[in-house]
Design a protein around this ligand. Structure first.
Ligand SMILES: [Zn+2]
Length: 318
């Protein structure tokens, strides 16, 4: 089997071999793919974890997985309900698509938005982002907003072709997929980043695919999450799972050090927002100060703004 394949004929992701039979598909910022994916060779079957925000990108993911492993992709795992991790599912509609029960429930209860409504919403978001982009103060924020605008524009263009395909196999806490060469664990510790977040653990090579529960040097979107519970989950990941490599939902492949980085963020940003809320000054006053170090060097600077305002509003209302 090839160790790697040429991905230069498209712009959506680059491939990184993380361990024997495990590859990370790391998205190209601004391409529209948005969330990382992974490919796992179980010997007789192939598994793909998450399917990007665009069916077109997922088509290349499928091709890449087949070229790398020499087998048709049999199983898809979706880590959570955010679109940048499952809008590509339709490419795999005739395969076994796995998610936690609660993830599927959210996606079937809150069906896909009506097309016109979805497009109008995206257009409004793009216009708002462009407005902020015009006055953004730091090169890092300008770059992050540029990527976000490009991702939203790519999604807007793809909306007529995206249809919702949800899991056809669900689990509550944990399940195992047994291949001829290895067994992998698909499991959840509950909800932290969303109401339910799934991870995949490949014990024989000590690789953890963490979805958006653990990112590497990238601001995590907190708005649909529960920062306190999330922190407990990340602590549990750090203490219970033996891994040397972690494939995050956003950012580059990392080592165990990303656990402490993530814990620091989930502890310090809410503390920072609480102190700001108690200061009597406005959210804008605090935003103008910039992002507290070391998180000022993380990717996705614009997400800090969303997180801060969301937390600040909670603390000033309570
Ligand atoms: Zn997410």
């Amino acid at each position: 089997m090839p160790e790697s394949v040429d991905t230069s004929y498209h712009s959506y992701f680059t491939l990184e071999k993380v361990a024997k039979g495990v590859w990370a598909a790391i998205v190209v910022p601004g391409s529209g793919a948005v969330g990382n994916a992974a490919i796992i060779d179980l010997g007789d079957v192939t598994v793909v974890v998450d399917t990007f925000a665009l069916p077109e990108a997922a088509r290349f993911l499928n091709e890449t997985a087949e070229q790398l492993t020499g087998k048709r992709v049999k199983y898809i795992v979706n880590t959570h309900y955010h679109g940048d991790h499952h809008y590509g599912n339709q490419i795999f509609a005739d395969r076994i698509i796995i998610s936690a029960e609660l993830t599927r429930e959210v996606l079937t209860t809150n069906g896909p938005p009506e097309l016109g409504e979805w497009q109008d919403g995206l257009k409004q978001q793009i216009a708002a982002l462009q407005e902020i982009h015009r006055t953004a103060g730091t090169p890092r924020l300008i770059e992050a907003l540029g990527y976000e605008i490009a991702e939203k524009q790519a999604l807007l263009a793809a909306t007529p072709s995206i249809r919702r395909v949800t899991a056809n196999l669900t689990f509550r806490d944990t399940m195992f997929i047994h291949g001829s060469d290895r067994t992998i664990q698909v499991f959840t510790y509950g909800g932290g980043h969303t109401c339910s977040d799934t991870m995949v653990y490949i014990a024989d090579v000590q690789v953890l695919i963490a979805g958006d529960l653990v990112l590497s040097k990238t601001h995590p979107a907190m708005l649909h999450g529960y920062p306190g519970v999330w922190m407990k989950i990340v602590e549990r990941i750090g203490s219970e799972l033996d891994f040397t490599r972690l494939i995050p939902g956003h950012g580059d492949v990392a080592g165990p050090e990303c656990i402490q980085d993530m814990l620091d963020y989930l502890k310090r940003i809410p503390e920072y927002a609480l102190a700001a809320a108690q200061s009597g000054s406005s959210a804008q006053f605090w935003i103008a100060k910039g992002i507290p170090a070391p998180f000022d060097e993380w990717a996705g600077s614009h997400i800090f703004d969303w997180n801060f305002r969301w937390l600040f509003n909670q603390y000033t209302q309570s």
